[in-house]
Design a protein around this ligand. Sequence first.
Ligand code: AMP
Ligand code: ZN
Length: 474
Amino acid sequence: MPSLPTLQFHNTLTRSKGPFVPIDPARVRMYVCGPTVYDWAHIGNARPVVVFDVLFRLLRRVHGADAVTYVRNITDIDDKIIQRHLDTGEPIEDITRRTAEAYFEDMRALGALEPSVQPRTTQHIGEMIEVIERLLAAGNAYVAEGHVLFHVPSDADYGKLSGRSRDEQVAGARVDVAPYKKDPADFVLWKPSTPVQPGWNSPWGRGRPGWHIECSAMSAAHLGRHFDIHGGGHDLIFPHHENEIAQSECAHGGTMAHTWMHNGFLVVNGEKMSKSLGNFLTVRDLLARWPGEAIRLLLLKTHYRAPLDFTEAGLRQARENLDRWQRAVQRGAAGADRAAFEAEAAAAPLGDLLSLLGDDLNTPGAVARLSLLATSVFDELARGEAGRGRAFAAELLASGRFLGLLASTPEEWFAGGAPSADGPSAEEIEALIAARLAARKARDFAEADRIRDALKARGVLLEDGAGGTTWRRT
Ligand code: AMP
Ligand code: ZN
């Protein structure tokens, strides 16, 4: 049994990378903030999903699939949802059910495993009221005009996650501070609802929870008051995660989550992709034009903490990477019995890959490793070393699958790969390469050259090598 890697993650709370030591290795627990469901997910929303899916896979491999619980919530009550209902007349339950289902479908298409639990805000109102009551009893919250507010100066630790000073916290608060706030940095735990707004009965009248309290209540309900990892996008550090910590630690004591991990933004021309900026591309639209794996791979080619510049050229390149890996698997496995090759892949060593991922999720390193394995397949085949080529192909397939890639067989991939927005599909290119080979065998070099030139005119370069003809887009 090969030894498993020591995991190290960057922790926003300590501002450093350190070894990951679970509170209870038999029960590793992670929580990631999920979507507010009123619209299609954009590709920026998919980044934390794919990043933390790789983390989930890694933890399952290292600690055992049954030992890991992954909770990702669905926020199904929010002012943006209410606004959407007022704008369109569609009932709130229909908006949230329809959008949550689309979200599940989209994330499945990106190869993300389903989290262990996907709790919804509206199913946990009782637990939220309980946490708020504890905060009131402890003197960390107060009631004002039907609202319940968290009193920030009551918490000496406030600001420890974001590192924001008191001045920065206040500057970050809304410009016009509500008159009922004792301190400008105080934030809402509960707010009153008008008769047309959805609401629940509470000790403070009919109302609804603030956003931050949801995650404190849902994480405690499903993972307990203290757990291992809390994740989300960089934009959530302040105020959302800072406020979650304040609520949970003042209500329950102890450290809420030991490791806090945040993905960087997905940007377009240097600007964060977001609905409010209007510069977003939905996962749905992209899936109509690109294979889910190409989108997933593009998201993994940049380290999760760095900004990721999203371009169609990047997607095209990701698809070409997958084409090349699939071709390597296909050629490496050629002539081998499929079941025997599958067994070889199932037994393939993944130590190097796991070490890379265990080092703060070095997915760019993992992607480079897959490319190197593909090169090794072609090199060994060119040398006539079929057995060694097959072993590299088996490791490539196993590594790809670990990352949630190479799920289809090469035949399925080349037959079904969705064509890109421009240029010939991989399937068409492969067919033309076969036709060109046939023409050369028939010594019809004029036809062979015509095919090569026609492909070149459409942006595809053919390269003849010892292992056969390969292609790349220009
Ligand atoms: P939202 O529905 O806006 O609350 O976002 C859901 C998740 O997507 C959160 O973890 C956000 O931090 C994350 N997110 C939103 N926009 C981006 C972006 N442009 N890049 C990376 N992550 C994002
Ligand atoms: Zn949250």
